[in-house]
Ligand binder design. Structure first.
Ligand code: FAD
Length: 420
């Protein structure tokens, strides 16, 4: 390989994925990260109040996420993933108390919908034809343009899936983006829908193993390096200025990959088109021993809590599109969220265990057709030695780990395939 140096800014999943591809190809890589740790939105940390490690949000991925699979394979982290080992999704309706497990069969032919013990409770076989409406949606269609909202399947499957996967209200969420997720999961059969959950934590699966491989390949990660500005010379980036007063000269053959959140990229390069509308996610963690089910999580409908994940003595709840609860102080959500969990686990709703509630204001971009149209490609001819990465770039997927990893792979390909 040549002597060029690739400078990657941001050590979230997009930056780590780009660094991994480049390092394995023998490129010289340095990563610069503002925080004192890597992982960005996909990491675990020690919470001193709860005295345990928790994830920065529950993250559910599926076996059909091929970019994640490749990433875990290349970082020797496949074994760090757990989960039920089968395509099953336990649910509870908090209003009626009904419980069911949507249990797909492994193959492509979805015969599970013909078995009332395996499909969503209260639904009919013909309701499932609605997936055709999603898979054939045009670029401007929203979820509610494509689906009837007065069916049990909508209430118990489509709505929780859309809010969980797209983190956007179904009335404005892009049906095509959901179709892109479904193309590699539900439409690909049960084998592609096996839920995968890190056995220990997000960092132990997605961050630490990758850092080990990068270290073995001589990649240095410079923490505490927040990029403040870039200096351009015509179409070339020539200098990077960091907030710790270091300035880095970019050599004639060198490349820069910005793997930063959308809004940070816009501040640095205002000419880049970026999504402008974002959605928050609330995560509530309760320190409590509760019985786990074989999946490790439960989908909840009819309450505030939407998904409950149980691991190592902590029950963690996800609430997506959390703008709906802006009028309530985050701490005041503990009682109603615990009320939902108490129903699920048959516990006393008055005895709220030690807990911590986090709100990630800019958790994801809003997965609407209009926002999707703003997402840039990884390369733009206005900047000759710059590639862009991040879940918000044009991957076709919503803001997910799969999308972030794919964006990093694409940015690395731009650099490696560039012929000077
Ligand atoms: C609560 C929550 C729940 C989620 N649930 C799921 C899920 O179930 N499934 C799923 O697939 N995805 C989920 N996601 C989305 C997923 O976490 C993100 O899409 C993904 O982690 C984004 O990675 P990224 O590298 O693009 O961005 P980021 O993770 O934001 O990484 C950007 C990095 O750049 C650094 N940085 C910022 N500014 C600067 C600067 N000026 N200079 C240097 N460094 C800088 C940041 O510190 C960060 O490390 C969830 C996200 C949240 C917040």
């Amino acid at each position: 390989m040549g002597a060029r140096q690739v400078h990657i800014i941001g050590a979230g999943m997009a930056g780590l994925s780009a660094a991994l591809q480049l390092a394995l190809a023998g490129e010289r890589v340095t990563v610069y990260e503002a925080a004192p740790f890597a992982g960005g939105r996909c990491r675990s940390f020690l919470d001193r109040d709860l005295d345990c490690r928790i994830d920065n949000g529950n993250h559910l991925v599926l076996s059909g996420n091929v970019a994640i699979h490749d990433y875990l394979f290349l970082t020797n982290a496949v074994e760090s993933m757990g989960g039920p080992g089968a395509p099953l999704f336990p649910f509870m309706d908090l209003e009626s108390g009904e419980r069911w497990i949507a249990h797909m069969n492994m193959g492509h032919m979805p015969w599970w919908v013909f078995d009332k013990n395996r499909r969503v409770a209260g639904t009919r076989v013909r309701d499932y034809l609605s997936i055709i409406e999603i898979m054939t949606a045009g670029p401007d269609a929203t979820i509610t343009d494509q689906l009837r909202t007065d069916t049990t399947l909508y209430h118990r499957f489509w709505e929780p899936m859309v809010i969980g996967v797209l983190n956007t209200e179904p009335e404005i969420a892009s049906a095509q983006m959901l179709a892109n997720v479904f193309a590699q999961s539900f439409a690909a059969g049960g084998r592609a829908c096996i839920p995968l959950i890190p056995k220990i934590g997000l960092s132990e699966t997605f961050v630490m193993p990758c850092l080990n491989v990068l270290r073995q390949h001589g990649v240095e990660i410079k923490y505490g390096h927040r990029l403040r500005s870039l200096k351009l010379d015509g179409p070339h980036i020539r200098e990077l200025m960091f907030n710790n007063d270091t300035t880095l000269e970019i050599g004639a053959a060198d490349w820069v990959i910005l793997a930063l959140p959308a809004w940070v990229t816009r501040d640095l390069l205002p000419e880049v088109s970026i999504p402008t509308d974002f959605r928050s996610i609330i995560n509530a963690h309760f320190r409590v021993e509760v019985p786990n089910n074989p999946a490790g999580f439960t989908g909840l409908v009819g309450g505030i809590a939407e998904w409950s994940f149980v691991r190592n003595g902590v029950a963690s709840v996800t609430i997506s599109c959390a703008e709906r609860y802006d009028a309530t102080a985050t701490r005041d959500l503990a009682a109603p969220v615990w009320g939902d969990l108490a129903k699920l686990y048959d516990l006393d709703p008055e005895k709220i265990p030690p807990h911590k509630i986090f709100k990630e204001k800019y958790a994801t971009f809003a997965a609407t057709p209009a926002q999707n149209a703003l997402r840039p490609l990884p390369y733009d001819f206005r900047w000759r030695n710059l590639a862009l990465a991040g879940e918000w770039t044009a991957t076709g997927l919503p803001s997910t780990i799969e999308g972030a990893i794919r964006s990093g792979v694409k940015a690395a390909q731009v650099v490696m395939r560039w012929v000077t």
